[in-house]
Design a protein around this ligand. Sequence first.
Ligand SMILES: [Zn+2]
Length: 184
Amino acid sequence: MTFDDGPDSVYTGKILDILERNKIKATFFIIGKKALENPELVKRIISKGHEIGNHSYSHKSLIFKSTAYVQKEIEKTDKILGNLGVKGDICFCPPYGRMDAIARMVFRKLHKKVILWDNNPKDFKRSSSDEIVNKVLKKLKPGSIIVLHDGGGDRTETIEAVEILIPELLKRGYNFKKVLELFS
Ligand SMILES: [Zn+2]
């Protein structure tokens, strides 16, 4: 389970509480600019044993951008995350999942592991929590990477959906891994 676009002062803490209550670990793809705004939340995510990924500095699409632009978006955020205590390899998820040949070249140059989801209930459209849950369950298979959002707007329905989803998935026999564990 991955959470994009945070850390958010309202919703990230709520997600962390639900994860802790259910004793599961997740991956947070963090926007560099927001990490600077909410450094304590980044530290809290780390202290709870979750994984942190890089979701660019400014969350602008990387399509039709220069090599230098893409590289800066990634490196600036890696540096911020490193300064806040993130250790080891930091994987990358491009904003909106979009990338072109130039972006791919930069990923290779920086040896960035790029993560995309295969299960996207589009919670950012603010459909009901039931709808979010049903969309996830419909597409779910072993190894799925589910993308949800803890930032970027009102996430009330996402919080409700996560509250329902995690126990339901556990009941169905799924376990939860941090994203890079899926590739190790
Ligand atoms: Zn995003």
